[in-house]
Design a binder for this molecule. Structure first.
Ligand code: PEP
Length: 253
């Protein structure tokens, strides 16, 4: 059984003070929730505060990105060892906003994934097609290519903790959510591609999250699909009540 993971991507929102105010309201709302794992990916300046404030709770925190090297002359970057040093356990890799605005390539995502696995950081690797590629009938080709590149050189034995997030670019922050059937079909493509590279046992155990305009009122229908193992939530995770509602509704499918 794949335990669902419901994760918040806070993007470039929330100062440390705002993050702690969120947690004060949010943690009591979800403290009895055991049906899924809960994770928050705050901005780097809030990450240490969120990690400390969630210690001993059922919520964990991770970084929105990292470099693949441990140190070096890379202004603005944070390394895997630096994340480890603040007890960070998770990292988002290859989010489409990083691919678009920070020019992250598939090869860089692959290097980052290898570094995350070397450092026992639980990676969430984001993949997804643009609207243009979907309309050109290239969704499957894009997903298979992104997964093949991300997993290049990775062995099945080390895949235990890897999480994939299917995030169609056209659904992120737009209010245009993929239909549950569209998402399920994309997840099945991703799982088949993972199986090709890492073997069936690894693919069957791997959690694949859906991300893109998830809201309290659409999460249950998405989660009712057999291939959907959780959600990566942007906008609707910024308010404690809304994110808690998503978590509770995700298990009513
Ligand atoms: C995201 O940023 O990963 C995301 C899914 O955003 P939103 O929920 O706002 O579409």
């Amino acid at each position: 059984m794949r335990k669902p993971l419901i994760a918040a991507n806070w993007k470039m929102y929330k100062t440390p003070k705002e993050s702690l105010a969120f947690l004060n309201e949010f943690l009591p709302l979800v403290k009895d929730h055991t049906a899924s794992e809960i994770a928050i990916f705050p901005t780097m300046s809030s990450l240490g505060y969120v990690i400390e404030a969630t210690k001993g709770t059922n919520v964990t925190a991770g970084a929105q990105t990292m470099h693949w090297l441990n140190e070096g002359p890379y202004t603005g970057q944070t390394s895997p060892t630096m994340l480890e040093s603040i007890d960070c356990t998770r990292v988002l890799l290859g989010h489409s906003e990083r691919r678009i605005y920070a020019h992250e390539t598939d090869d860089m995502v692959n290097l980052k994934l290898k570094a995350a696995l070397d450092h026992d950081l639980i990676p969430v690797v984001c993949v997804g097609e643009t609207l243009d590629k979907r309309q050109s009938g290239l969704t499957e080709a894009v997903l298979r290519w992104q997964i093949a590149c991300a997993l290049n050189g990775i062995k099945g034995a080390s895949c235990g903790n890897v999480v994939i997030a299917y995030e169609p670019v056209w659904a992120i922050g737009t209010g245009s959510v993929a239909t549950p059937e569209q998402a399920n079909e994309a997840h099945a493509i991703i799982r088949r591609e993972v199986a090709t590279h890492l073997g069936l046992p690894c693919a069957s155990g791997m959690r694949i999250l859906y991300g893109g305009s998830v809201k309290p009122d659409n999460v249950a229908s998405l989660m009712s699909q057999p291939e959907i193992d959780g959600a990566l939530v942007g906008g609707a995770s910024l308010q404690a009540r809304s994110f808690a509602e998503i978590i509770h509704n995700s298990t009513t499918a």
